[in-house]
Ligand binder design. Structure first.
Ligand SMILES: *Cc1c(COP(=O)(O)O)cnc(C)c1O
Length: 433
């Protein structure tokens, strides 16, 4: 088991995060609870910013907000000088309401609706990342109607096969995202942008997948993209000003995972870009990266109350928690692995192999398939680590279960960031007739 950030065991033998005793937070806020280590998020932002920097090249770090977003996150990300990537009207609306500077917002999506594009253009977001030509024409039309202009990147697909879980691989030649760099009509496509009155193409965006542990995938993508910039400079007469390389940096969930050394990897990426730009004789573009998971995953812990345990006839030992696939669908979706402790028994010896299951009516409702823990009893508190990314943002109200609260802990202070949903929230949109 690995503890991240400010997580530690205090002298009462309890788990502590952000200098707050988790057992106290449970008394105050109830369970299930998403507990966020604010300092770790800030430190991760700083690590990315300081590592992705070089005196010869302009750089920008953009947080991929789909990993975890709310008003508090917008504030922290902005305070750390990091930009924001949004992929939907809802994420954009959250950023606007948080007064996130619009020029630091990147709007993504393979099928943005008219409403979403209108919102983005009206808000004057910094960049819209255009997926295809139909979208370009739509943006052009909306800009005319709204008497506005848009600066955009084109999403391209470098065909890199990142070694990661196949469900979250996005950049093979049949990806639904972007346009392949091998497409023969690439110059015609770029020309369409260049002949637009209101839309300016600043460069390209790619994103090769998620939860990537192979450094070589990133380096491969960077080299391929630089070759592509050389090609469009020579063949299409297009000088790329900006190159957004996406996110995908893998994180530790369990002993199976060995994340790349971020500082080292980012410096290597910059070196490869500089070398290739020189070799190919192309202008150094401004470069961006978009980490999501690597900023927040390890900073989140889900706290559950254990309702009961059950030894099945077949010999399986279950722990039942008061949440499940509604607050963390990743095990059901991706066969994700997690580590956990019993908060009030951190120093006890592991005595049993358990399956941690939720309360939803679905056999796949499992949080952890197999974990060694001390003997669990009703009313024990279970902390599941590294749930900061793609947990709250993927949560649901299946079985009409209200979503948990989100609390940010730092320096002994715990701040409520998202209220616990109640039964009235569940009925909020129901209309009686
Ligand atoms: C999901 C996504 C990211 C972030 O991916 P992580 O694996 O969370 O780092 C970045 N850019 C784009 C376009 C994405 O879709």
């Amino acid at each position: 088991m690995k503890l991240f950030g400010t997580a530690s065991v205090n002298n009462k033998g309890n788990l502590e995060i952000g200098k707050c005793d988790v057992a106290d937070l449970v008394n105050k806020f109830g369970t299930p609870l998403y507990l966020v280590d604010e300092e770790l998020i800030r430190n991760n932002c700083r690590l990315f910013k300081s590592s992705f920097s070089n005196s010869d090249i302009e750089t920008e770090v953009i947080y991929a907000s789909k990993a975890f977003l709310n008003l508090a996150m917008c504030k922290i990300i902005h305070e750390e000088g990091v930009s924001l990537d949004v992929v939907s009207g809802g994420e954009l609306y959250t950023a606007i309401k948080a007064k996130f500077p619009p020029n630091k917002i990147y709007m993504h999506g393979n099928n943005k609706t008219m409403d979403e594009l209108t919102l983005a253009i009206k808000a004057q977001v910094g960049r819209i990342v255009v997926d295809n030509l139909q979208e370009l024409y739509l943006i052009e039309r909306l800009c005319k109607e709204l008497k506005s202009k848009a600066e955009v990147l084109l999403r391209v697909n470098p065909g890199i096969e990142a070694h990661t879980h196949e469900y979250i691989q996005t950049s093979t030649n049949d990806s639904k995202f972007g346009i392949s760099i091998f497409q023969e009509e690439i110059c015609q496509i770029i020309n369409e942008f260049q002949s637009s009155d209101n839309v300016t193409l600043k460069g390209f965006h790619c994103h090769i997948g998620s939860q990537i542990f192979e450094e070589t995938s990133f380096y491969g993508a960077v080299s391929v993209m630089l070759q592509f910039l050389g090609k469009v400079a020579n063949e299409c007469d297009f000088i790329t000003e900006e190159l957004n390389l996406g996110g995908g940096f893998g994180v530790y969930y369990s002993q199976d995972d060995t994340p790349v050394d971020i500082a080292n990897c980012l410096q290597n990426m910059i070196d490869i870009i500089k070398k290739n730009a020189k070799k190919l004789d192309i202008k150094l573009p401004k470069i961006m990266i978009e980490p999501g998971r690597a900023i927040v995953a390890n900073a989140g812990t889900t706290i559950y109350s254990i309702g009961g345990t059950k030894k099945t006839y077949g010999g399986k030992n279950f722990i039942f928690v008061d949440g499940g696939m509604t607050d963390n669908p990743r095990t059901a979706l991706y066969d994700a692995k997690y580590e956990a402790v019993i908060v009030n028994k951190v120093n006890y010896e592991n005595k049993e192999t358990y399956t941690v299951a939720g309360k939803c009516c679905e056999s796949g409702d499992v949080i952890i398939k197999s974990i060694e823990l001390p003997i669990a009893e009703p009313e024990d508190i279970l902390a599941v680590f590294s749930t900061g990314a793609y947990n709250y943002s993927m949560s649901s109200n299946y079985n009409r279960i209200p979503r948990p609260a989100v609390v940010f802990a730092k320096d002994g202070e715990a701040k409520l960031a998202v209220k616990r949903e109640n039964y009235e929230d569940i009925l909020r949109n129901d209309v009686e007739f």
